[in-house]
Design a protein around this ligand. Sequence first.
Ligand code: ZN
Ligand code: ZN
Length: 155
Amino acid sequence: MSIKKCLWDQSHEFEDEGDAYRKLCPTCYHNIFIDIFKNITKWDDFIDKIEEAKSAFKFVSALDKFYKNNIMKLASTKNDEEEAERHCLICDGKYKVTPADHYRYLCGSCAHKYYFPLKLSRSSKEIKDLILDLKKVFNTTEQLMEKLIEIAKES
Ligand SMILES: [Zn+2]
Ligand SMILES: [Zn+2]
């Protein structure tokens, strides 16, 4: 038995177990030839053109990395958008929404105080329209809030 250098990567050494065709270390034989090149080329052609195969592989790996990075970037931008910031329709306070609650137009505190009591007798859209209508009539947030409580009590 002798030590051979892997044709794919000279830094890999492996024990030659007498298989004359073995020009790659077992790891490269499986990971590079069997998993990737076997689908597109014969072993002899692969060995003949191994330098071309190496540069093609580098090129593809670089592309692959490039796309993965871009996909990751894309994914992280999407995440930023997912947590959108909104202003509450009643108190104008800021709150965050995720796509799951895009329908929300109130902050948590206002939803608790006004939306849920009003929701007993109204649809979400009716409540929104009511708030928008009242905002035209009342100048201050306090007046708006008082009126909403009044309406919620009446209904
Ligand atoms: Zn190797
Ligand atoms: Zn609010």
